[in-house]
Ligand binder design. Sequence first.
Ligand code: NI
Length: 437
Amino acid sequence: MGNLLVRGATVLTMDPRGTIYDPGEVAVRGDAIIHVGPPGSVPEDFRADRVIEGRGLVLLPGLVNAHTHAAMTLFRGYADDLPLMEWLQTRIWPVEARLEPEDVYWGTLLACVEMIRSGTTAFADMYFHMEEAARAVLDAGIRASLSRGLIGVAPGADRALEDGVALVREFHGAGEGRLTCMLGPHAPYTCPPDYLERVRDQAARLGVGVHIHLSETEGEVADIRARYGCSPVRLMERTGLFRVPVLAAHCVHLDDDDVALLAARGVSVAHNPESNMKLASGVAPVARLLDAGVNVALGTDGAASNNNLDLFEEMRAAALVQKVARRDPTVLPAHRVLEMATINGARALGLADRIGSLEPGKKADFILVDTAQAHLTPRHSVPAHLVYAARGPDVVTVVVGGRIVMENRAVLTVDEERLFAEIAERAERLTGKGGAT
Ligand code: NI
């Protein structure tokens, strides 16, 4: 990989002090950042094998997508505008039943390319045939935390948990640490307490976290209350799930006790505003969670309920929906949203010591955004531009672990022509129809 120097760009470090160098430079040795600072501050003995000229570009940490189901790119646009349970039961679950392992490889690879192209360098994924997802992540050169989705009430629940454990044993730390794993119980309404207790014990034994959907809809909260006499969050506390690190997706419907519990137990929340809007689930109390000290990250959820994996859109949606829900334009200012998409995401994946900000010693995961464009001119505020005006395709170059995976909008790790042909064929077989309708 050698030594890489990026100079002349505006550098948003997202470090704890919110340091911005305008311009600045970033020096990389192997897979790690060794220096970030103003022009000419790189150590004298540093010899760059590659120099990227960053004038007119903004350099920031790669974005972190804290909740998705990557291979669901195969079902993008296949079923829309339906209530959640009808959408799942009549459209999504029947086509998922036809998935073959290699479909998950190609669907995940498509997601990786889409994420690289829109500036995401790490993601938390929950799905099945995850050894195929792992292969796609390794091939694409991106970073991911993978979990095998577990449905505790389904036949084969025990086998699924064994598969989830096997995934951790095989891939946790693989690809020079680019791959990490969690256990992925789907949700409280699909995983009964005794099953969740076993998941918790396995996670503790393996030293990994748990990725789960939690309090996504009003229906879920009512169902759990009817069955167990408490909220889904309180039920997770009772099962002892919060004794291991938990990444909880959605958390849309919470009472005060839930918010306090999530904060006290250090649970990370993945907020997915576009999926929540599209499935009409509601508006998560993000400002309240942040005020209570909860780590809130951003996710896209699967491409079947979004319908893209562009975190720039997700940042903008997160800010706007919170402002309108609170009737307060001051909530979720741009810099806080950027934290959600970077350092908070890193924390949610258990990787805050490795990624999420540009600091010496951290992995060299960063993106360059072209701001010399009409919709980003003039440049009064870089953070405001990134959240309110920029779009995924404004990302020109992406580096993950010191390796350039996209340069000047050319993805270097994947043959996109072959990828699109594979996807078209597989999508047609899975849904039993060709192309557009
Ligand atoms: Ni989800």
